[in-house]
Design a protein around this ligand. Structure first.
Ligand code: AMP
Length: 422
């Protein structure tokens, strides 16, 4: 038997899985709430291909990051193109922003995306090789920290609407090309005597991507005394961070400054942030993002300021309340007994569907008992029973599956009943 590839999975209708984290209606719910947030806040949808030239990620995300150096699914196409399944979607969105000259038609471009990403990571709870992200990018001329606070306010609207609580917002500044070299230098000096005690990854990062040493969980205690980035920010970065924080305060959004938050992608400048959940376990990051001024230039585009985030849809789904009903479940199952009732039911179901009612029937001429069993399995709220005898009297039986109550209705009354519920 052929199964799903390791650390990938199927997202299924609820009747086929008891695993709440893999039920498709829960994914749809998060997507619907996010789309509503994007509508309210003025974001427009972008859909980019799921594969791109490998070079886009090497240049955009950074050759030395874990994502690019270890986790990409890449191949050489028959015409020798080096291609990669996207591990993240900021670089592709910026590519598209440049390719379509979006900068020329608007000073501030606000985009969102929803889709699968691919990273060859070691799988565990909440970590997959194909996972789903919803993200936004704000691109243009302005790097006003008010943009950042507004994005975070929108994130909190989404979290509230989804009833995801027990979260924490962590913020930091990772500086800019003006102050980062000085910080890296300090880090290099302070880390040199500790190197022998640090893990192999950190020894490698010391050479290639020193900021990432701060991200290492294993060595956190050994590197606890290092000078925090925040002490070495240049005047502009410092001011930016203070302003960002004052906007959060103004909006009443609580946060914790986490000086070790550096994030896994190279393109970040200044503001970096993450929202974690206390209920998720080891993979506690619900979402992350930050500012990436200069990424456009790195990819051959015009000077552009950028700010964005990506949320982990899989982890959002894990954090949703357990008792979320599936609104796409059929409302009505039509059971029929006899030939005439079958012909009638086929016409009636078309009328109901045209009215917007989600209803199902099957074509197998079942007994009432077996039809009821099926309706029960489908978890429909109501069953309509059409029998030849009742038809003669112009009557239908509507049964409420929860209470077991039945009522006799004419077709008009039935249509009106469902119409009233809409
Ligand atoms: P990143 O693109 O690494 O900043 O990740 C943003 C968010 O995507 C994280 O906070 C996670 O919620 C989610 N995420 C990243 N990698 C994975 C993965 N392998 N499996 C599931 N979710 C992920």
């Amino acid at each position: 038997m052929i199964k799903t590839v390791k650390y990938t999975r199927d997202i299924l209708p609820e009747e086929f899985t008891n695993d709440l984290s893999a039920q498709s209606h829960r994914f749809q719910h998060v997507e619907a709430v996010a789309r509503e947030a994007f509508r309210r806040y003025g974001y427009r949808e972008i859909r980019t291909p799921i594969f791109e030239h490998t070079e886009l990620f090497a240049r955009g995300v950074g050759q030395e990051t874990d994502i690019v150096s270890k986790e990409m699914y890449s191949w050489t196409d028959v015409n020798n193109d080096r291609l990669t399944l996207r591990p993240e979607n900021t670089a592709p969105v910026i590519r598209s922003y440049i390719e379509h000259k979006m900068w020329a038609s608007s000073d501030l471009v606000k985009l969102f995306y929803i889709g699968p990403m691919f990273r060859r990571e070691r799988g565990q709870k909440g970590r997959f090789r194909q996972f789903y992200q919803i993200g936004v990018e704000v691109l243009g001329k302005s790097d006003n920290p008010a943009i950042e606070a507004e994005v975070i306010e929108m994130i909190y609207w989404i979290l509230d609407e989804l009833k995801i609580s027990d979260t924490e917002l962590l913020v930091n500044s990772v500086g800019c090309p003006a102050c980062r070299p000085q910080f890296n230098e300090t880090l290099r000096r302070e880390l040199a005597p500790l190197l022998r005690e640090l893990c192999a990854d950190c020894n490698r990062r010391y050479e290639t991507n020193i900021l990432r040493v701060l991200d290492c969980k294993q060595d956190a205690e050994r590197t606890a005394q290092l000078t925090p980035i925040l002490d070495l920010l240049c005047r502009e970065c410092n001011l930016h961070f203070l302003q960002f924080r004052s906007y959060l305060d103004h909006k009443g959004i609580p946060y914790r400054v986490e000086p070790r938050l550096v994030r896994g992608l190279d393109y970040y400048t200044r503001t970096a942030f993450e929202v974690t959940s206390r209920t998720l376990g080891a993979q506690s990051a619900l979402l992350g993002g930050g500012r990436y001024d200069g990424l456009s230039e790195t990819l051959g585009g015009p000077p552009t300021k950028g700010f964005g985030f990506a949320l982990g849809l899989d982890r959002f789904v894990m954090s949703l309340p357990h008792d979320l009903a599936d609104p796409s479940r059929p409302e009505l199952y039509i059971a029929y007994l006899g030939e005439r009732a079958f012909a009638y039911a086929m016409t009636l179901i078309s009328k109901l569907r045209r009215q917007g009612i989600a209803c199902v029937m099957d074509f197998e001429q079942r007994s009432l008992r077996s039809a009821m069993k099926l309706a029960d399995k489908l978890k429909v709220a109501k069953v309509l029973i059409v029998g030849d005898n009742e038809l003669d009297q112009g009557q239908l039986i509507l049964r409420d599956m929860r209470s077991g109550e039945q009522q006799l209705l004419t077709e008009d009354e039935l249509l009106r009943f469902f119409h009233g519920q809409k």
